[in-house]
Write a protein that binds this ligand. Structure first.
Ligand code: CA
Length: 238
């Protein structure tokens, strides 16, 4: 039984990189039942080459893989082309480690998870991609946002800092764009989950922290301010 309509899934390919066959098969079966095409790779190097071959719309990536760990895989596939990545971890402690590293994934799930929730997360990832593409396509008058030495172009989805290009993942871009549209305004983690990720779940707030850390590593610590006990704000230069 399908959980949602198939419009998000139609024509979309998801690459599942997971060495445990029962888990990979369960994920693939559920995604296919929702209308997605699914490719499976069973180790790190295979995942990287399959990603280059099939150009998936999103990647579900297990962290612990033979041949190359998931972090390396994530880095290599993101270097090739910005693609949404959902990382699967075995323990909450791994999740916390990833948060500390600011890995460029778009979302994280801790095993065991329900395939229903996984599908919901994949749908949410792709809907965000669609939404930002639609915004870029229809809002041609929208100008480049210039704040705090950053030039953020909502149409080409490129960011420059002091004139130098900065490579951001799709989610990092959406997050910095959302915050930069209203410099100085404070948003809670729950606000950001709802606005940027498109869903609000209690465990998801760590995903927000992870992406803020990643943005600070790439853009410097001064760009996004932590408002203790509340959330985050784009630094208001004025
Ligand atoms: Ca594994």
């Amino acid at each position: 039984m399908s959980t949602q309509d198939h419009s998000t899934a139609r024509g979309r390919t998801i690459l599942v990189i997971e060495d445990e066959a029962p888990i990979a098969d369960a994920i693939a079966a559920r995604l296919r039942s929702e209308g997605y095409a699914v490719e499976i790779a069973v180790d790190g190097p295979g995942g990287v080459s399959r990603c280059a071959d099939v150009h998936p719309d999103a990647v579900v990536l297990d962290l612990m893989l033979p041949g190359m760990d998931g972090l390396e895989v994530c880095e290599q596939i993101q270097a090739e082309r910005a693609v949404p990545v959902l990382i699967l971890t075995a323990r909450d402690s791994e999740h916390d480690l990833l948060v500390g590293l600011g890995v460029g994934a778009d979302d994280y799930m801790t095993k065991p998870f329900s395939s229903r929730e996984l599908v919901a997360r994949v749908h949410a990832l792709l809907r965000r991609v669609d939404r930002s593409r639609a915004a870029g396509a229809t809002d041609k008058v929208r100008e480049i946002i210039r704040v705090a030495q950053l030039d953020i172009d909502p149409i080409t989805r490129r960011v420059h800092q002091d004139g130098e290009p900065v490579h951001l993942t799709p989610t990092e871009f959406d997050l910095v764009l959302f915050l930069a549209e209203t410099p100085g305004a404070v948003f809670t983690r729950e606000d950001l989950l709802e606005e940027v990720w498109g869903y609000a779940v209690a465990s998801g707030v760590r995903t927000v922290d992870s992406h803020i850390r990643a943005l600070r590593r790439k853009l410097g610590n001064d760009v996004i301010r932590t408002v203790h006990g509340v959330g985050y704000a784009f630094e208001d230069a004025a």
